[in-house]
Ligand binder design. Structure first.
Ligand SMILES: [Zn+2]
Length: 118
């Protein structure tokens, strides 16, 4: 995917998706969008969108090698999150239009800063 970037350079700029909490470099969001929820978030090539759909306010990063089924999977063709780095807790809320889109699809949004578990 992207060329290796020194860890020091990455860590300060990493952003977490507000919907699935995957952690990526902003450049990855810009090039590929969110690997889990791009269909709804539509961040690819849109820095303004990335700014509202992702955040730098997150706690803890876990590497997910074999992700479990998740509520996000409901609209994904694949049944699982992609492998990658995920934030344990993400602060913030998805934009209203995204929440409305989820509602249209019969999906109830679950903010990632709550304590409920997948
Ligand atoms: Zn996402």
């Amino acid at each position: 995917m992207s060329a290796p970037i020194p860890p020091q350079a990455r860590s300060k700029q990493l952003r977490a998706c507000l919907l699935c909490s995957i952690v990526q470099h902003p450049m990855d969001f810009r090039r590929e969008g969110c690997p889990n929820c791009e269909e709804i978030m539509q961040m690819k090539g849109t820095p303004d969108r990335i700014a509202v759909c992702t955040t730098t306010y997150f706690d803890g990063i876990i590497a997910v090698i074999d992700p479990e089924n998740s509520w996000v999977a409901r609209w994904q063709r694949t049944s699982k999150y992609v492998r990658g780095m995920y934030a344990v807790r993400v602060k913030g809320r998805i934009p209203e239009d995204v929440e409305a889109e989820l509602e249209n699809r019969g999906i109830k949004y679950r903010p990632r800063d709550q304590t409920d578990q997948d």
